[in-house]
Every structure is written in C-alpha cells, then in structure tokens.
Design a protein around this ligand. Structure first.
Ligand code: ASP
Length: 344
C-alpha cells in the first residue's frame, strides 16, 4: 500500500541561517527564502510536499517581541490541518524564548513544531544550516504506525540534538552546539538514524483534540539578578516598575539569597503588594530547593515561589502566559510550580 505523502510547512522568520554579508557594512543581513531553497537542493529528494512561508520583514531574532509569537502561532493555527509538521527557521539568539513561549501558547498540540537555525549562514561552505534543516524536516514528518506524530511537541533541533524547546537555553555563541537542555534529556539524537527517546517525549492523553492558541500574553514582568553587593535601592527600583505583576529572581545555588533584614523586607514588601516573585537559580544545571539552606528558607517564608529547575527563558514566558490568563495572583503562583508543558 502506498504511504500518504507528508506535508511540511517551513516558516522562515530570519536569523543567521538565511543571512549573507552586506558588502557595504560587512554585517550579516537576511536574504529571501528562495535563495535558501536553492542552497539546499536536497529538499527535493524527500518526497514530501514542502511548502514555505516567509515572514515580512525577516528579522534578526534579537528583535523578537511577543507580537512575533502571535504571528507564529497564527501561522501554525491557520495551517494546522493541512500539514503533518512545522519547521520554523529562526535566529538562535532568542530561539529558546520563542520555543518556550510557543509551548505555552499552543494547547492540545499533536504535531511537531521544530525550531531550527544555524551558526553559519546556509550559503557558506561549512554551514551547519543544511543538516539542521534537513533533519528538522525529517523529524517534523515523523509518524508512528498509527499515523501519530513521533514528537508532538514544540522543540529545537540543533547540531544533531532534538530538545524540548522550553528546556533549552542558548549557551554557545561560537560552536555549532549552540543549545543545551541542562535539566532534561534530549528527545532524540541524529546519527546514522534518528533515535527517539520515546520515554522522554510528551504525548497527549487523548488524541484528536482541537488545537487552541492562547493569545493573551502579559509582559508586566521584571528580572532581579542577585549579586553580592546588591543594594536596597536596586531592588526597590525593580520592584517599583510601573504595572509590575511578577519578578523572576535569579538567586545563588539551590535558590539562596542574602538573609539581611533589609533584603528580606524588600522582597516581602513586593509580595504583600501582590507581586509574584519566582526564584530560579543562576546555575545552569540543578534546581531551586528553598528548604536546603537557611538562606533559601527565609525566601520561602517570605512567600517567594520556587521555579524549581526551569530555565530563565521558560520562567519569563510562562509568566507572560499565566499573567495573560484570567487567574489571580495565588493561581499564578501555584501554576508557576506546576509543569504545564514539561518545563519543570
Ligand atoms: N543574531 C542572529 C539571530 O538570532 C544569530 C543567529 O541566528 O544565530 O537572529
């Protein structure tokens, strides 16, 4: 029996993968999608129907804003029924933010949404873009014997590794292994075969539900990175940001911060005003445990919420999502501690 032909949608948003050197300035600027396709004639060998849409304008991902995530989510929703999977070509700088945001915005996702890009433009001889693109398409098209997607998640494929998007962080600006998923195993690794770690992939409890896009995002969030010598003035300045609803506080080790009276009072004052304060660690690996040291216990007693082992990118975008729903402060605080999309 002849297998049904797979349909894949490429969404090109910009990033290094599709850039070339501007002769005038010497800087990298985006070029159009047809040029990308002509750089990768291998795409024709797949035997899939691969369609593409290009964002206008194409952007360096440092220019990503929440409105861009809405545009992406809309493109996926509009085309959801027609395609088996989606590959998003995106700059690496904020790819982890976009993948995290999309994971919270897309409910009942049953198809792969694979973000990829490259460290070297696709037109360059030593580019990493070709392999990233080709394997991402293969992953986006992967189905099991029942026709269900093998990876029905928002993920990032980069340098032979498939990661859950909301577990990633960009950690290398030089080498091809640009991303890491410090606290969660990879979903697949590509070698001679693409080996899926099925036990680590999230599957719907029930297939066949309708995709639902959460469009309301609230960005009234600030970041407070603790360092030895931080002053009360700095903390107050952050906490007094207009319309502030939540703060991601980056602490030491397993969630520790100074125990000085003025520090704890400053945090408490903010919490009493209704601000949700989420504690994540400055360490790349490991988790917040506010019971481990007295310095953490003081924060917990003040009402700080544990962000456990969430990445910074997941914490910020999860707050955007939760604050955009009709949930009170307590609800937001409680849900920050729950794994909604495998981010904890
Ligand atoms: N600045 C680029 C971007 O994020 C870097 C890249 O794509 O690797 O759009």
């Amino acid at each position: 029996m002849e297998k049904e032909k797979k349909n894949i949608l490429l969404i090109y948003t910009g990033g290094t993968i599709g850039m070339k050197v501007d002769q005038k300035t010497g800087a990298l600027v985006p070029f159009n999608f047809n040029q990308i396709v002509s750089e990768v004639p291998e795409l024709g060998k797949f035997g899939y129907d691969i369609d593409a849409i290009s964002f206008d304008p194409l952007i360096d991902s440092s220019d990503v804003q929440p409105g861009f995530w809405l545009k992406l989510a809309d493109a996926i929703e509009r085309n959801y029924e027609k395609y088996n999977g989606f590959v998003i070509l995106h700059g690496t700088d904020t790819m982890s933010y976009s993948a995290s945001a999309l994971s919270f915005m897309l409910d009942n996702l049953e198809k792969p949404v694979v973000f990829t890009g490259s460290q070297l433009p696709i037109g360059m001889l030593r580019t990493d873009g070709k392999e990233n693109l080709i394997s991402s398409i293969e992953i986006a098209a992967g189905t099991d014997e029942y026709g269900h997607a093998i990876v029905p998640e928002v993920c990032i494929y980069f340098d032979t590794m498939l990661y859950r998007g909301n577990r990633t962080t960009k950690y290398n600006a030089e080498y091809f292994r640009a991303f890491r998923s410090p606290n969660a195993p990879v979903l697949a690794q590509a070698g001679i075969h693409i080996k899926y770690n099925i036990e680590n992939i999230r599957y719907p409890h029930e297939w066949g539900k309708r995709l639902c896009v959460n469009r309301n995002l609230c960005t009234d969030v600030a970041v407070l990175k603790i360092f030895p010598g931080i002053s009360e003035k700095t903390i107050d300045a952050v906490m007094e940001t207009e319309n502030l609803k939540a703060v991601v506080m980056e602490t030491f080790g397993s969630g520790n911060a100074p125990t000085s009276e003025w520090f704890i009072s400053a945090i408490k004052r903010a919490i009493v005003r209704g601000i949700v304060v989420v504690n994540i660690t400055q360490c790349l690996e490991g988790s917040v445990d506010m019971g481990a040291y007295a310095t953490g216990v003081a924060l917990r007693d003040a009402g700080v919420v544990s962000g456990a082992d969430m990445t910074f990118e997941a914490s910020v975008t999860k707050l955007f999502y939760l604050l955009g729903q009709n949930i009170d402060r307590r609800g937001v605080a409680a849900m920050m501690g729950e794994s909604l999309k495998g981010e904890i």
